[in-house]
Design a protein. Structure first.
Length: 138
């Protein structure tokens, strides 16, 4: 679902989730060889939390629950192509093994101190740090 700002510009909206497994974060490798948070494009009329639940099921075969919004920013994916990114803290509802979809090249679990060396947007690092600094209540 696109967002239209006051200037009349429209942006697609992507809803992403920070899933911490112990002290590690779940990341996916995309087609641009960047690590990204699981999640994806918000569809017209879709609730952002429902989008996250759908995307985690599609990309990882995982059932999650969203806890809180972490951050929101405009990301230039490619020159001239911007996406409004909204990140949430999420937690697993199930404990099944991840089933990676064909949408991503691989899945990885990374410690917070490994983030500076990874190819990924700075906004994702910021969201991961914010989530790790204030874990969700059980």
């Amino acid at each position: 679902m696109p967002f239209q700002g006051e200037s009349g510009m429209r942006f697609p909206v992507s809803v992403k989730g920070v899933l911490l497994e112990g002290d590690r974060v779940v990341l996916l490798m995309n087609e641009r060889d960047e690590w990204e948070l699981p999640g994806g494009r918000l569809e017209r009329g879709e609730n952002p939390v429902a989008c996250l639940e759908r995307e985690f099921a599609e990309e990882l075969g995982a059932e999650i629950a969203a806890d809180r919004i972490l951050d929101c920013w405009l990301y230039q994916v490619l020159p001239g192509k911007e996406v409004l990114i909204v990140t949430y803290a999420v937690r697993r509802v199930d404990r099944r093994e991840f089933q990676i979809s064909r949408e991503h090249r691989k899945c990885g679990l990374f410690a917070i101190n490994e983030l500076p060396g990874l190819a990924m947007p700075e906004g994702y690092r910021r969201s991961i740090r914010a989530c790790a600094a204030r874990p969700a209540p059980c």
